[in-house]
Design a protein around this ligand. Structure first.
Ligand code: ZN
Length: 161
């Protein structure tokens, strides 16, 4: 494979990759194949089984025991395939409210937090959602979820963070 910028042959290596494109700050893909140009700073990544990866991240997020951060709300909303306006309609709130949640300008409320967990669990995930967990959600704080994910036997798995 040649660099699309300068035509130099790219070098492929396995690296740990901070998956910023997910919109989540703390997700690392472990041992991802990355082609880097030795001459300029151009690089190419290809993420295998990306839908499965996103489902896994969504499942981990709805299992967390603290309130969602803004970027997590945005990730989950996108994983449902909804625009901000679609999401506002489904959640029964104003669009500005969605925007405030996603920008950490206002915390997502307890009912909205629960509804979002259900919508994600029902919508795209096959596992049933454990309602017992809803009693344990700590809404007084939002902690970002740190994830290290790697492919093993063609499936995305979580590595100990
Ligand atoms: Zn190059």
């Amino acid at each position: 494979m040649k660099c699309t910028e300068c035509g130099t042959p790219m070098r492929v290596r396995k690296e740990n990759y901070r998956y910023d494109e997910s919109g989540l700050t703390h997700v690392t893909l472990v041992g991802l194949e990355i082609a880097r140009c030795p001459r300029c700073d151009n690089y190419e990544i290809s993420i295998p089984h990306i839908e499965e990866l996103h489902r896994l991240i969504a499942k981990i997020l709805i299992d967390k025991s603290t309130r969602f951060t803004g970027e997590e709300v945005r990730f989950l909303r996108k994983s449902l395939g909804w625009s901000g306006s679609d999401f506002a309609k489904h959640m029964g709130v104003a669009e500005e409210t969605v925007s405030r949640w996603e920008n950490d300008a206002a915390p997502i409320g307890p009912q909205a937090d629960r509804l979002l967990r259900f919508l994600v669990a029902q919508g795209k995930l096959t596992t049933s959602y454990p309602t017992e967990r809803l009693k344990e959600i700590n809404l007084s704080k939002a902690t970002a979820t740190r994830l290290k994910l790697a492919t093993k036997n063609e499936h995305w798995t979580v590595q100990a963070a």
